[in-house]
Structures are given as structure tokens and as C-alpha cells.
Ligand binder design. Structure first.
Ligand SMILES: NC(=O)C1=CN([C@@H]2O[C@H](COP(=O)(O)OP(=O)(O)OC[C@H]3O[C@@H](n4cnc5c(N)ncnc54)[C@H](O)[C@@H]3O)[C@@H](O)[C@H]2O)C=CC1
Ligand SMILES: CC(C)CC(=O)C(=O)O
Length: 364
């Protein structure tokens, strides 16, 4: 991979490679854009097959956070970390403390939180070494695990997408296929079950599947069968790039609305959904509940204030469909424009010199 060429493609600011032999830490921090403020984005731990795959994931996820934070109205830039390793076997205390020291070295340019493969306990270890971490234990005055809040945002965003597709935002009686029933999707299934939706779930982890069957009466299918189910809504809640040339022709749903980051393998797959009349709730808008919640910690966490902002996801998704219709563009482009316009407005207004400028971290 020609790294600088790849970074120039979407004007990435910084890639940081962190290595600690003692703990086995191999991490890549991607800081995409800090126009709006310090970069905030979670840390993913995953057993990547190759280093190139890990770099590419960090790069795609970091840029996604720039768009997510901008579209959510947060005063934060975008970044993400990937740690190479198996989260079930390779974690240790020293690893997260070493990682915390690397974050501290960035002096506030990057703030972390949970993502796939990392937990509140891991964030607490990072917190031993740096304040630039969110999603730590509520005992520290923090907001804790962001997943239930992300799930709530997906639920209300899905209702907004249902209104667009079916003319009614009720999910009662709707069949929802759910790919991956992990931290986010378990709570999403709970909301959907409580509203009377029917669930078809899949996961590569049988325990996770069984929990959804026991708790919500979900029907299960094999991982490769999830795309072709007769259903109303598809909720991708596992990994990215699952809307692609292979899967789109299999879809029978009218809505795609889920938590996974980077659902479209390539942008043209968003065009393809549009051409098939499938309503797509852009991932970085519908899944912003978690980051909205952890970002509130930077002001001194207030659950009521954070949840009020999370509730705006319904209106944001509705607005995106309005812009898409008004301008004759697919929803993913409408969402990108919304984020880019905000970043560009702020970029253009930062012309005055200010010694010791004030920013979101000034209180820390
Ligand atoms: N946790 C959060 O607050 C947020 C999560 N997201 C995104 O949502 C997605 C899910 O996140 P979490 O629930 O936190 O992760 P998780 O790791 O708890 O859950 C993911 C689940 O997907 C399953 N899975 C992986 N590959 C699969 C496949 N090919 N087929 C079926 N199942 C598969 C895993 O076994 C796991 O149960 C990720 O893409 C994450 O980046 C986005 C915003 C916030
Ligand atoms: C898990 C969130 C708190 C942040 C993040 O990384 C995301 O929204 O993808």
C-alpha cells in the first residue's frame, strides 16, 4: 500500500503506528480531520489477516467518524483506532495502559471510546494513563457503555426510515432481519420486540443467537442466508462493506437501517440501493447515538442532555430523505453533503489568530 497516496485521497491528517513488544500492542490510530475539534472515535480490536487490512479499516473508520461527528452537530473531528489481535485471547492490562500512553502523547488530538472488541473495562485501563478517553465506568462520572444508546438511536432512526418507506413509522408487525446480535443489536432487538416487530437474526457466535431466540423469540438463519430473507427491513449490525455486488441482488427488503459502520462497500452501492427503491438510512447518521452520548462527557456528563440530542436522529434521518428528494440524489450523498457543508463553513470561518484558543477540551 502506498500510504501517503491513500492518505491524500481523502486528505487524512495523521496515521500513528503504536507498538509495544512487552504487551503485544500493535495499534493504528487514524486522525482524519480535526477542523471541528479533537478527533473522537472508538478503538476496534480485531484479528486482521494482514496489516494492510488493519490500516485500511482504520482509514475508512476514521473518515466515517469525521462525517458522523459533523452530521451530529458535535464539535469534534474524526478518528479511530484499530488494535491488531484477538479480543478473546490477546488482551492484557499492560496493552491498554501502553495504548493509553500513546493517546496521552497526542495531547488531545485524539480521544477514544469503545468499538467492536473493546469494553468499558478496557477504557478504564486506558484512563489510568490519559484523560483523553470516554465511555469509562459510570463510577468515574462517565456515561459507560455506549452500545445501548447507539441501539436506541438505530431504533428511532429506523422508525424515520419506515415512515419514508411505508408511510407510517410503526414497526409493529414488521419483519426485521438483524445481522450480528452483539452489544448494539441485542438492545435494538429488545426495542423492536417491545414494539411488536418480528425478528430474524444471524450471528457467527451461537451464544449471541441463542440469547436473541430466548429473550425475543427471534427466528435464526445461517450468516449467508440473512440477505435473502422475506422481510421489510434489514439491520446490518456486524461489520462493514456488507452492501455490495453480491448482497444487493439478494435483498427483498424496502429499508436498510443498522448500526454497522461503512455499510456500503463502495459509494456506487448506495446508488444501486436507490435505483432499486430501497430506503437507505445513512450509517454514520443513524449510528451516531453512542458518540453523541460519550461526547457529552467532555462537558461533564448529563444523561438528560445527551438523550435529548440522541432523539434528534429521527429528524436528521427525515431531513436527509427530504434533501435527497429535493435535490434528486441518493440518501448517502445527502448525508455526506450535510456533514461536508458544516465542516467547510467552520474551516472558512477560522481566520482569526487566537492565542490559547478555547475548544471542547479546555475544561479538562
Ligand atoms: N458499540 C457502539 O456503540 C457502536 C457500534 N457501531 C458499529 O456497530 C457494529 C456492531 O457493534 P457492536 O455491537 O458494538 O459490536 P459487537 O462485537 O458487540 O457485535 C457484533 C456482532 O456481530 C457478529 N458478527 C461478526 N461478523 C459477522 C458475520 N459475518 N455475520 C454475522 N454476525 C457477525 C459478532 O459475532 C458479534 O456478535 C460495528 O460495525 C460497530 O462499529 C457504530 C456506532 C457505535
Ligand atoms: C462507539 C462510539 C462511542 C464511537 C465510535 O467509534 C463510533 O460511533 O463508531
Amino acid at each position: 500500500m502506498e500510504i501517503f497516496k491513500r492518505m491524500e485521497q481523502h486528505d487524512y491528517e495523521q496515521l500513528v503506528f503504536c507498538q509495544d513488544k512487552n504487551s503485544g500492542l500493535k495499534a493504528i490510530i487514524c486522525i482524519h480531520d480535526t477542523t471541528l475539534g479533537p478527533a473522537l472515535g472508538g478503538t476496534r480490536m480485531w484479528n486482521y489477516d494482514t496489516e494492510e487490512e488493519a490500516i485500511e479499516d482504520a482509514i475508512r473508520l476514521g473518515r466515517g467518524m469525521t462525517y458522523k461527528n459533523a452530521a451530529a452537530g458535535l464539535n469534534l473531528g474524526g478518528g479511530k483506532t484499530v488494535i491488531i489481535g484477538d479480543p478473546l485471547k490477546d488482551k492484557n492490562e499492560e496493552m491498554f495502559r501502553a495504548f493509553g500512553r500513546f493517546i496521552q502523547g497526542l495531547n488531545g488530538r485524539y480521544i477514544t471510546a469503545e468499538d467492536v472488541g473493546t469494553t468499558v473495562a478496557d477504557m478504564d485501563l486506558i484512563h489510568e494513563e490519559t484523560d483523553f478517553v470516554t465511555g469509562i465506568s459510570p463510577a468515574f462520572g462517565s456515561s459507560g457503555n455506549p452500545s445501548p444508546v447507539t441501539a436506541y438511536g438505530i431504533y428511532i432512526g429506523m422508525k424515520a426510515a419506515a415512515l419514508e418507506a411505508f408511510g407510517d413509522d410503526s414497526l409493529e408487525g414488521k419483519t426485521v432481519t438483524v445481522q450480528g446480535v452483539g452489544n448494539v443489536a441485542y438492545t435494538l432487538c429488545k426495542h423492536l420486540h417491545e414494539e411488536g416487530a418480528k425478528l430474524i437474526v444471524t450471528d457467527i457466535n451461537q451464544e449471541a443467537v441463542q440469547r436473541a431466540v430466548n429473550d425475543f423469540g427471534a427466528v435464526t438463519v445461517a450468516p449467508n442466508e440473512i440477505y435473502s430473507q422475506e422481510a421489510d427491513i434489514f439491520a446490518p449490525c456486524a461489520m462493514g462493506a456488507i452492501i455490495n455486488d453480491d448482497t444487493i441482488p439478494q435483498l427483498k427488503v424496502k429499508v436498510v437501517a443498522g448500526s454497522a459502520n461503512n455499510q456500503l462497500k463502495e459509494e456506487r452501492h448506495g446508488d444501486e440501493l436507490e435505483a432499486r427503491g430501497i430506503v437507505y438510512a445513512p450509517d454514520f447518521v443513524i449510528n451516531s447515538g453512542g458518540v453523541i452520548n460519550v461526547a457529552d462527557e467532555l462537558y461533564g456528563y448529563n444523561n438528560e442532555r445527551a438523550m435529548k440530542r440522541v432523539e434528534t436522529i429521527y429528524d436528521s434521518i427525515t431531513r436527509i430523505f427530504e434533501i435527497a428528494k429535493r435535490d434528486g440524489i441518493p440518501s448517502y450523498i445527502a448525508a455526506e453533503r450535510m456533514a461536508e457543508e458544516r465542516i467547510n463553513r467552520v474551516k472558512n470561518s477560522r481566520s482569526q489568530f487566537l492565542r490559547n484558543g478555547h475548544n471542547i477540551l479546555s475544561r479538562r
